[in-house]
Structures are given as structure tokens and as C-alpha cells.
Design a protein around this ligand. Structure first.
Ligand code: BG6
Length: 368
């Protein structure tokens, strides 16, 4: 039931605070340790893992790209991410010391299933992140972390994505805890921050009007670009994917640092360019992204900037400024994707498309 919403997708966007809260439920004990009982792979085995490979398709693949940044940072285990359809055909280097992490909302995607079968044949351990109890992929994996998003009906994934991000963070922090790495001490602090995430998402949803107005303004645009850096890069890719899937317009996400290596040639007067700005940190990432905004602005593009509310420089460079809550860099994608989901949903609605059943797409692709 759509419960008063026009689309399942819009309902699912608004369910994200609850979905994320449910995915986090009961993960933290009173000593501030992370509990992931469902990882039925012994701590000894997890300590011996020397490589992680994440395989997934579509939106789940973009969740995997975010996971790579987090997992490598917290655990120092090398982590690759690959679209599942490419994985087994290139004879990937995997062995019993490899941990394969697969992400699939439905748990039935054929490309992903074939990838994990191949991985297990090589002796790798497989952990599935999945939203569907008892689906084929979790059944064929060594362990599963369920996201508790509830059924996702809209073909374009929304709460599937944010809960996958949360499950990936939990897995990364758990591995850091088990392996006693230096970031192990930060686990409790990061979990507390994760627990505030439903509130952060709710804040983004409460401020949706600006994004809805923007969608109406851009309804006839033939092309929209998205720029991001670090974990903002997969957010840019996912924002572009949502727009392609729902509104059938040309949309592309780029790593902001690549701008001058090609994409800047696409910048023209009035082209809408979304830019995800990282929080201020020790590195200069945020400063670099702010100068990217100036570069596209100087060429006449319409910059829609997502940044922390007190980032005055980012605000000054923006044609439209969308405020993000204060979060650690690695966790920012969970909040930053919300306005991009709303934008695509609204734009497609105004265009008169079927948002829940976009043309040519299936919710779950069960053939390779
Ligand atoms: C696609 C869906 O075909 O499969 C996407 O249209 C989804 O929305 C992708 O992200 C992967 O699906 P799953 O169920 O494996 O996460």
C-alpha cells in the first residue's frame, strides 16, 4: 500500500529514517562493542583475510564503492569493487584468504549469484548484504547481514541503497574490531554517529521543498551532471543513475578531480551541475571540490551545491545551496543521496512517467 503517497518510490524514500534505524537495531552492546552475530565466520578466519572483493550490480555496486573507502580506511585490508557481470569472466585472483562481499537488495540478481558461485569455487568466503530473507544469494553465502529496509517495490532502489551503506559500515567496523586495528577505538564513536543517522535523514526529508521546486525548474533539461569526490563520487554516480532510470535523460556522475581531464568540455551555459562537497577535514578535499564549483560556475553552469550548512564558501559558489548535516566524511553519503533521490522522483513525476515501473527495467534481473 502506498499509504497516501503517489508512488511506492516516494513512500520508500520517506521510510529511510525507519529503515536505517531498523538496520542498526541491536548492533551495539553496553560496552560500546559492535555485535554482528550473523557473521558466522570465525574471528580467526577474518583475521587471516588479506583481500576483500565486493561484487554487486547497479545501485548496490555504488553502495560497494562507498564501502571500499570505509573498509580500507578502517581495516587497512585492500578492497576491490567490481560489477558482478564482469567478475568471473576475467579470471579474478581469489583464494581462501579472500573475503568476497556481495550486495543485493533482492538476493536474486543472476550476475551477482554467478559471481559468488565462482568465488566459492575458488575457496573464498562470501558474506552477503541482502534485504530479502531466504533469497538465493544469502542461501549460497557463508554469512549474511540483512538490511531491514522492508519490501522495496519501486524499481529504482532508495531505502535499499541507504541500508546497504549502513550494513557496509557495520561490516567494516566489525572487521576493524575483530582485527584490533588502530581505528578499532573509534568504533563506538562511529556507531553513535550512525545511530543519529535516522535523524539526519529526517532533516533532509523535512527540507524537501527546495528540491521539489528545483525538479520542476529543470523539467525540460536534456542533460544533468553530478560531481563528487571520495565517497561523494559514488553519490554522484547514484544520483545520475536515479535520473537516467526515472526521467530518461542524459545524466552522468564524475569524480570531481577528473573534471579537467575531460568532462569540463561538456560544461556550457545553464547546464545543471550537482556538486557534493565533503566536510572540512585534515586533507584538502573539500577545498578542491569548492574550486571545482568555481570552475564550472565560471563557464556558466547552474551549480546545485550540497554541503554542510556552515560552509560559506560553498554556499557563495552555489546557484542553489542544499544544506547537509554535520557528519564524518565516510558517513556523509547516507544523507547526501536523499535530495538526489527526491529530485529524480519529482522530475519524473512532473514529466508524467511511471516512477515505480520505469520503461525497460525490472526490479530484479534473474538472467545473466
Ligand atoms: C537492477 C535494478 O536491475 O538491479 C536496480 O533495476 C538494482 O535497481 C540492481 O540496483 C541490483 O539489484 P539487487 O537486487 O541485486 O540489489
Amino acid at each position: 500500500q502506498k499509504q497516501g503517497y503517489d508512488w511506492y518510490m516516494r513512500k520508500e524514500i520517506f521510510e529511510q529514517p525507519r529503515a536505517v534505524a531498523d538496520t542498526l537495531l541491536g548492533r551495539l552492546n553496553e560496552r560500546g562493542e559492535l555485535i554482528l552475530d550473523e557473521i558466522r565466520i570465525s574471528p580467526e578466519t577474518l583475521r587471516r583475510i588479506d583481500k576483500i572483493v565486493i561484487v554487486a550490480c547497479g545501485t548496490a555496486f555504488y553502495a560497494g564503492l562507498v564501502a571500499k573507502y570505509a573498509i580500507e580506511h578502517w581495516t587497512r585490508i585492500p578492497c576491490e569493487v567490481e560489477v558482478a557481470s564482469e567478475f568471473r569472466y576475467r579470471d579474478p585472483i581469489i583464494d581462501p584468504m579472500t573475503l568476497v562481499v556481495t550486495i543485493s537488495q533482492s538476493g536474486e540478481t543472476a550476475d551477482t549469484l554467478m559471481a559468488i558461485r565462482h568465488a566459492r569455487e575458488q575457496g573464498a568466503k562470501v558474506i552477503a548484504i541482502c534485504n530479502t530473507n531466504g533469497a538465493t544469494i544469502p542461501r549460497e553465502s557463508d554469512a549474511v547481514i540483512y538490511t531491514h529496509a522492508g519490501p522495496e517495490i519501486g524499481v529504482a532502489s532508495t531505502k535499499g541503497f541507504t541500508t546497504q551503506l549502513v550494513a557496509c559500515y557495520l561490516l567494516g567496523l566489525y572487521l576493524a574490531q575483530v582485527r584490533g586495528m588502530k581505528y578499532g577505538d573509534e568504533i563506538a564513536a562511529l556507531l553513535r554517529e550512525l545511530e543519529r543517522m535516522p535523524e539526519a535523514i529526517q532533516g533532509m526529508l523535512d527540507n524537501q521543498q527546495q528540491v521539489l521546486d528545483l525538479a520542476r525548474e529543470f523539467v525540460n533539461e536534456p542533460s544533468v551532471l553530478f560531481l563528487g569526490r571520495h565517497v561523494g563520487y559514488p553519490v554522484a554516480l547514484e544520483g545520475a543513475l536515479k535520473l537516467k532510470e526515472l526521467a530518461y535523460i542524459h545524466a552522468e556522475g564524475f569524480a570531481a578531480g577528473e573534471l579537467k581531464h575531460g568532462p569540463i568540455a561538456l560544461i556550457r551555459e545553464d547546464l545543471p551541475v550537482f556538486v557534493v562537497v565533503p566536510p572540512r577535514g585534515r586533507d584538502q578535499l573539500r577545498d578542491k571540490v569548492v574550486s571545482n564549483i568555481a570552475e564550472v560556475r565560471a563557464r556558466g553552469a547552474k551549480t546545485i551545491v550540497l554541503a554542510e550548512a556552515d560552509d560559506e564558501e560553498a554556499r557563495a559558489a552555489a546557484a542553489v545551496f542544499i544544506e547537509l548535516p554535520k557528519l564524518s566524511t565516510l558517513l556523509q553519503p547516507v544523507a547526501a543521496i536523499i535530495p538526489l533521490q527526491l529530485f529524480a522522483c519529482e522530475l519524473a513525476t512532473v514529466q508524467g512517467h511511471d516512477v515505480d515501473q520505469p520503461r525497460n527495467l525490472a526490479k530484479s534481473v534473474t538472467v545473466e
